[in-house]
Ligand binder design. Structure first.
Ligand code: SF4
Ligand code: ZN
Length: 728
């Protein structure tokens, strides 16, 4: 290996460790050694330190133990002509650097400069981790590029970012090159930054690179079931499952070297545009460790090749770029050329099954005005009618396929879509219009993507797009009938009415011991997979993550156990879980990967339960915040008294029905309660209660977030839980 890298990396590590000691001393003198220290809303403490060493830093003085680790990892400084035969000391220096950089960033949260401002986002909280983590699970995001420094000019920066977006990668930005940062270059180039566009500006200094690596370390803990302190498994997990690399743009300083060495520990190689010494022997990373001197127009492809990423790019015949990374883009009114729906005009989308002779594959018709005949800023009525046939197509799949319209259309650059059915809202940006995008291209996208993703159930697809008000209204009446008949069919469906459930093992790539069992009355805990989705996914990919499970003999109708379901769980978790009940949170409750929309937890003294959703980050009556609860419930373990579940499940007749169901709910965050009001009232009526009264008996944070306060509130208001049997 190169001597210069060894000396530069080790020098950089010493320099960063020194800075960490200085800012730490300053923080202690300003705030006191007992001052609490944290990154906002995370259950993983200071995450790289926590995941690699197991040290749960809660107050400043806890860093003392971390400094000991740093000192023991830091190799002695070496001269440029000292030959190090293997990477070990440099890797240790890299890890020490990351610990020191985390200390620097954590202290900045206390004494400034604040890592978060108008541009920089600082640490990602656990909500973002889970939301974005799901994309790594389902493959919509293959990995991330950590860019340090800046491109030589704005144009090059924009071109690199766009190429990475087109490959669906996240772009994490840190550091600056002589005062210029990549993030600021993108802003200057008019590019939207933020988690939604996958272009994430972490911070201006090199130490903010730890936000990217901390994200990776937490992914191993939260999805991979890796224990804090088990650094070997954590690093292996990242090497094998998180596709990431560092792109170093500009002059590589000693401190950048040191940080890059930290990233090499994770198996993330560094690809640089400047002439720096290369580290080619493979071993820790999948391919090379450091390669240099790559021209800007080749650097994205080189990164992907070096890290061994398999990126599948869909070829959609439209004049704009197309990729999942564009899904989160917003189009403001001022940037919009034309819009549809959004209460301004009638608009809807409708997927309907036809017989083969009624569909001419590839037919795309626009009936009514095209974009050429509308003025900038206009609003048009819109009906997108997708007619499809296929030997394996079933009417049941219509809603599943229709829901894809949102994602598929949104992935066009400069196209924005919201809502579904007859509450949609679409915009085409001025830039896209200038690039030649037409209304007809909505059809091109849908035709290409339905064939690409659903070829096993769809043979022919045609799309008719109406932009004439009278015709749109006429068709809307038909579509509404179809929506209503679908809804009533779904409402009639119960766990008893089917003999097959579906599994979902999508999250096993991240949470190896977890499997979701999806029934008509209990959707997957992430909320993204209903029983119908499972059924459709199985037809689409028979060997995929959703497998049918014939229920077999009923073992226990109350807790919801079936012979074949238990056998399936036991075999797919390698015996880790032997039995699981669908309707109980006490007896063999279902496991969780970490993607749950909500967590329910027993509050023993109240004889009831609380439900908290992911959006609520304050303290709950269980004595834990969502992030801490998530750590308890996730990871594929059965935790009697706790379950992770979807929002849909709260409105199900089978919601913890073994324990008495909805009547047990004593506390929810006010926002969640408001969101589910209609459902809660209706379900309470069905359970023989006065719906409105029951709704008002459920406490929220305005009553308190302390079990005793909740008990006092519900004992005074006649809450039904008070009369029920004990839960355990
Ligand atoms: Fe993961 Fe379960 Fe959702 Fe499937 S249904 S993606 S396993 S949380
Ligand atoms: Zn999951």
């Amino acid at each position: 290996m190169s001597r210069i890298i060894a000396s530069a990396g080790i020098r950089g590590a010493h320099s960063i460790a020194k800075q960490a000691k200085e800012i730490y001393a300053k923080a202690v003198s300003e705030k006191g050694a007992d001052c609490a220290v944290e990154f906002p809303n995370t259950g993983y403490f200071i995450p790289i330190i926590y995941s690699m060493t197991g040290i749960a830093v809660e107050k400043l003085s806890d860093f003392e133990a971390v400094f000991k680790e740093i000192d023991s990892l830091l190799p002695a400084l070496v001269d440029d002509d000292v030959w190090l035969p293997y990477l070990g000391p440099v890797l240790d220096a890299g890890m020490a650097t990351l610990f020191a950089e985390e200390i620097i960033e954590a202290c900045k949260y206390l004494i400034g400069p604040n890592p978060v401002d108008d541009l920089w986002l600082g640490a990602a909280d656990d909500i973002i981790l889970r939301e974005r983590g799901i994309q790594f699970v389902d493959g919509t995001a293959p990995g991330f590029a950590a860019i340090v420094g800046a491109a030589p000019d704005v144009e090059t920066a924009v071109s690199i970012a766009r190429k990475l977006q087109e490959k669906s990668l996240y772009v994490f930005m840190a550091a600056n090159d002589n005062g210029t940062s990549f993030a600021e270059q993108l802003i200057e180039g008019g590019v939207q930054l933020g988690w939604d566009t996958r272009l994430v500006p972490f911070g201006r200094g090199i130490s903010s690179a730890i936000y990217a690596l901390g994200f990776a370390s937490r992914a191993a803990l939260s999805f991979g079931g890796v224990q804090p302190g088990d650094f070997r498994r954590n690093l292996l997990y990242n090497k094998n499952r998180v596709f990431a690399f560092v792109m170093a743009l500009g002059e590589v300083t000693d401190e950048w070297y040191a940080t890059a060495a930290g990233a090499i520990n994770f198996g993330f190689p560094t690809i640089a545009d400047s002439d720096i010494p290369e580290i080619l022997p493979t071993g820790v990373c999948t391919y090379e460790h450091v390669i240099s001197n790559i021209p800007h127009d080749e650097i994205v492809d080189k990164c992907i090749e070096v890290r061994g990423l398999k990126v599948v790019v869909s070829e959609v015949p439209i004049p704009i770029a197309y990729s999942p990374a564009f899904e989160g883009e917003r189009i403001r009114k001022d940037d919009m050329y034309v819009e549809f729906g959004g209460k301004k005009t009638p608009a809807f989308e409708w997927f309907t099954m036809k017989s083969s002779d009624e569909v001419k594959d590839g037919l795309i018709e626009v009936i009514g005005p095209e974009i050429d005949s509308v003025k900038e800023g206009d609003a048009l009525p819109l009906a997108i009618v997708i007619e499809a046939s296929g030997r394996k197509m079933q009417a049941d799949f219509e809603p599943v396929l229709e829901r894809q319209v949102h994602t598929l259309i949104n992935e066009g650059q400069g196209i924005w879509h919201m809502g579904q059915r007859d509450i949609i809202w679409l915009r085409i940006s001025k830039d896209s219009q200038k690039a030649g995008f037409k209304i007809e291209h909505f059809g091109s996208i849908l035709h290409a993507m339905y064939h690409e993703q659903y070829s096993s159930i769809l043979d022919k697809v045609q799309i008719k797009i109406y932009t004439e008000e009278a015709k749109v209204k006429e068709l809307l009446a038909q579509a509404k009938q179809s929506y209503a008949s679908r809804d009533s069919r779904l409402a009639d469906m119960s766990d008893e009415s089917v003999d097959t459930f579906y599994s979902c093992s999508l999250c096993q790539s991240f949470a190896p011991d977890h499997i979701c069992i999806i029934t008509p009355e209990r959707s997957g805990l992430c909320g993204a997979y209903s029983w119908l989705d499972g059924k459709a996914a199985y037809e689409i990919t028979p060997t995929g993550a959703n497998q049918p499970i014939a229920k077999g003999a009923t073992l226990d109708a109350v807790t919801g156990k079936w012979e074949k379901v238990d056998e399936f769980i036991s075999s797919t978790t390698q015996g880790a879980v032997e039995s699981m009940s669908a309707y109980s949170m006490i007896v063999d409750p279902m496991t969780s990967c970490g993607c749950f929309e909500c967590i329910s937890a027993v509050l023993p003294s109240t004889n009831g339960i609380m439900i908290v959703d992911r959006e609520y980050s304050e303290m709950t009556p269980s004595g834990m915040k969502f992030s801490t609860l998530a750590g308890t419930v996730g990871g594929g373990n059965q935790m009697p008294g706790f379950i992770g579940h979807s929002k849909q499940y709260i409105g199900s007749k089978k919601f913890i029905s073994a324990e008495g169901g909805i009547k047990r709910i004593v506390w929810m965050p006010a926002a969640l309660k408001g969101e589910l009001k209609e459902t809660l009232v209706k379900r309470a009526e069905e359970a023989g209660l006065n719906g409105e009264e029951f709704f008002s008996q459920i406490a929220d944070e305005n009553v308190g977030a302390d079990e005793e306060q909740i008990l006092e509130f519900i004992s005074g208001n006649g809450h039904p839980a008070m009369e029920m049997d004990e839960m355990f």
